[in-house]
Ligand binder design. Sequence first.
Ligand code: ADP
Ligand code: MG
Length: 255
Amino acid sequence: MSDGSADLVISLRDVHKAYGSGAGLTPVLRGVSLDLEKGEIVALVGQSGSGKSTLLNICGGLDTADKGSVKVLGLDYGKASDRELAELRNGKIGFVFQAFNLLDHLTCLGNVMLPSSFSPRRGKAERKNVEERATEALRRVGLADLANRHPMELSGGQKQRVAIARALYHRPVLLLCDEPTGNLDTETGREVIELFSDINQKDGVTMLIVTHEQRVSSAAGRVVRIEDGSIIEGDAVLHGSGVMPKVKADAEVAS
Ligand code: ADP
Ligand code: MG
């Protein structure tokens, strides 16, 4: 297609979102437009409370826009049925959050197999298939050896890897990550970012990563910033130089 829109994984146009009503109305997004092409890693930065999670949740169909157009992998959220949205969310999009959200009573393998429970349960062969797929996902994040451990027995970095394996279970085209290194120390966070880069490069998974951290921003091909409810593209400044402008560094410290 001449306009290249066939390659867009995310396409947002003039998206508005406010919370509350009347005198308590809080506008969060005030006309956000953003495109992510297939294979991109985009870092989404901005101060605390600027609407990063709101934007990510809208992209993932976990929250709805008040106004504007949201298209993800060709599906127009404004026109899609609940079923189409659920299929997209459960099949083509993986989510990774700051809190790892693992279930303590399940093993690593059990946690990674969880997404399969959203599909109807079938016979023994299917169960084996589910296990193989989950094992493969654990292998992908370097944790096949820990399949039978419980989350309590893992480090923070290992827990986040399990959460990433769970997000990869359905072999998603798009990963939406909300401060995925927020609970990790510097070195562990770096390893997780390297894992995201590797998954992006080898498996071609497109990623939108909310972060406060320069480390993620420098692994990204493009950095976009939310400020006053709008998106400011930062790649012209950031890309290539690897140097964050001073104003950004200050904002990141403050947030
Ligand atoms: P960020 O992720 O950038 O820290 P959020 O998207 O979580 O910001 O929140 C943006 C603003 O919207 C904040 O002022 C927050 O308090 C408000 N907000 C977020 N979610 C809700 C909600 N479900 N109900 C009411 N206000 C909300
Ligand atoms: Mg947030």
